[in-house]
Design a protein around this ligand. Structure first.
Ligand SMILES: [Zn+2]
Length: 432
């Protein structure tokens, strides 16, 4: 079976090309809605419509001159992609009614609204894709040679492109290229391997805290970007929601684009950082423990942070699973109900409550005082690599990796990792 991977590049169209892109996306939306209403009408007449993509194409080719005499303005791929999406949506709906989707209910497809649906269309056949001699451009049939913000050829890296989905988000156009994945034969990054297990706690304040005291800070500019985001959201909340027949003012539209743009940037920065973190972890430790999902993480007033985090957790776990399998590293995923933050790693006492604002864990029983995330990371490590010691605390559960946590010296890391710092067991060493 061939595996596929998606490569996403931001497009930089000329104003004319941007108009054509919008026209193609509009054509796809039109075809989708038209076909959906056709299927509905057939159903209401008691017929059994054929909703395979091919049947839809046949019907469209028969009627397009009459219904949409302008159809030649757009590539036929725009209409075809709409039929493919609708056909899949109808199949999902009918499968779920037959109980074939694991009991999950899938609703009847909705009409795509010009205002709320994401403008998009796709190419699957024809001469779309990379252009020889111009790595920073893509060929979009009927639209032309569209310049890209990134080096598309380098990202594709010689792999075969089977599909190109074009969509507009936060005021910008993107091309998502589906490429055939090749077995990854690159050698693992060379780092000084450590011979003890590690637990990883992902967080908001810092990207990751490791049980041996290593800290991965958030990307540079992260705090500033969050501040900008908060301001942009305030602006958005002040914009008029009710004008234009409830569609909101144009200034609101603009403010929303701005919020989405900053949000996308933050997410991209964290994603980049997570890629590096997972590579380094896999190359450095023989045994890695992580939490299933950060449920006790962030709630209510940290709604945005939670958003970013949820996406991060999924990606973090996915990448770790991939990379550890390849490198032969053990990976433990801890049950999500394990109270890693509330448990004292030294004596095992579990606190009833630990507000997020308390950054330092203080144990009332044994007097342990430690950075909250570090304590959690140690618990995750123990739960993953030595769960048998969990109920036998009080004795010496110190393990090689733990001992290092009491060191405060900064150890040299690979260059990209230079701003990782070591965290002492006592608070106050944390210079962040
Ligand atoms: Zn304690």
């Amino acid at each position: 079976m061939t595996a596929y991977e998606a490569v996403k590049v931001r497009l930089d169209p000329t104003p004319r090309q941007a108009r054509l892109l919008a026209s193609h996306a509009g054509a796809a939306r039109f075809a989708y809605n038209l076909m959906l209403s056709h299927v509905r009408r057939q159903l209401s007449l008691g017929e059994h419509p054929d909703w395979t993509m091919y049947a839809m194409r046949r019907w469209w080719n028969e009627w397009k001159d009459e219904i949409a005499p302008w159809w030649r303005e757009n590539s036929k791929e725009a209409y075809n992609s709409a039929f493919e999406w609708l056909s899949q949506a109808l199949k999902n709906w009918s499968d779920s009614r037959k109980g074939r989707r694991g009991g999950r209910r899938v609703g009847w497809p909705k009409y795509k609204s010009k205002r709320t649906s994401i403008p998009r269309f796709a190419y699957t056949t024809g001469s779309f894709g990379l252009i020889d001699g111009d790595p920073k451009a893509l060929r979009l049939p009927r639209i032309g040679r569209v310049h890209c913000m990134e080096n598309a050829a380098r990202l594709v890296h010689g792999r075969r492109i089977v599909r190109m989905t074009v969509s507009r988000r936060a005021g910008a156009w993107y091309a998502a290229l589906t490429v055939e994945q090749q077995p990854d034969t690159r050698p693992m990054a060379k780092t000084r391997r450590r011979d003890y297990p590690v637990g990883v706690d992902l967080g908001v304040k810092t990207l990751a805290t490791l049980s041996d005291g290593t800290i991965f800070p958030n990307p540079r500019g992260y705090v500033r970007a969050q501040r900008r985001l908060r301001r942009a959201q305030q602006t958005l909340s002040r914009r008029d929601k009710d004008t234009n027949h409830g569609r909101g003012s144009n200034r609101r539209r603009k403010a929303l684009d701005h919020v989405q743009h900053i949000y996308a940037r933050i997410a991209a920065q964290r994603a980049d950082r997570i890629g590096k973190l997972t590579t380094w972890l896999t190359a450095t430790y023989p045994d890695i423990s992580i939490e299933d999902l950060n449920v006790q993480g962030v709630t209510r007033n940290h709604r945005l942070a939670k958003h970013v985090l949820d996406a991060d957790f999924g990606e973090f776990r996915r990448q770790l699973e991939c990379k550890t399998a390849r490198a032969g590293t053990r990976l433990h995923v801890i049950d999500r109900w394990f109270p890693s933050s509330k448990t004292c790693h030294r004596c095992g006492t579990v606190k009833a409550k630990l507000p997020l604002s308390e950054r330092v864990y203080r144990c009332d029983e044994c007097g342990l005082t430690m950075d909250r995330d570090l304590n959690a990371a140690i618990n995750i490590m123990v739960a993953g690599s030595a769960p048998e010691t969990l109920n036998a605390r009080g004795g010496d559960v110190r393990r090689p990796g733990l001992a290092e946590a009491t060191q405060t010296s900064v150890k040299r890391e690979p260059s990209w990792h230079a701003n990782a710092v070591r965290l002492g067991a006592a608070p106050g060493n944390r210079d962040m």
